[in-house]
Design a protein around this ligand. Structure first.
Ligand code: 5GP
Ligand code: ZN
Length: 113
């Protein structure tokens, strides 16, 4: 997808602060963090949202294996973290390349916390 911001980040055409990369998944720091740690995990195959991504469930597996591995390795798991994905206008999706926000590093507000 030539016009997709996150595809350009994967390609290195737009700079990002890389957190993790493997053959399928890329993770980087959110440019506008909503917590002390705020990472974005994306699959290298472009899809628009989790509904589209779910057509190829291996992509969900790839992403969640990466998230849980990196969260463990970087020490987030002991105190806990949150994973969020937005679909469409009610949720406030602004970038239409499926992405999973990983938030942590401090006590998070909202969602009953
Ligand atoms: P959404 O609102 O679609 O769920 O999340 C999009 C996220 O992408 C936002 O949290 C926003 O801060 C982040 N973002 C938008 N543009 C860039 C960018 O160029 N670089 C990085 N690192 N994050 C971005
Ligand atoms: Zn894309």
């Amino acid at each position: 997808m030539q016009e997709c911001l996150f595809c350009k980040i994967i390609a290195g055409e737009i700079p990002s602060k890389k957190v993790y990369e493997d053959e399928n998944v890329y993770a980087f720091e959110d440019i506008s963090p909503m917590a002390k740690i705020h990472w974005l995990f994306i699959h290298k195959k472009h899809t628009e949202n989790i509904s589209a991504m779910s057509q190829d469930p291996q992509q969900i597996t790839d992403i969640f294996q990466a998230i849980t591995r990196v969260a463990q390795e970087k020490g987030l798991e002991s105190d806990g973290y949150r994973v969020v994905t937005n679909l469409g206008p009610n949720a406030g999706q602004t970038v239409f390349h499926t992405h999973f926000h990983v938030l942590g590093g401090e006590k998070l507000k909202g969602f009953g916390a």
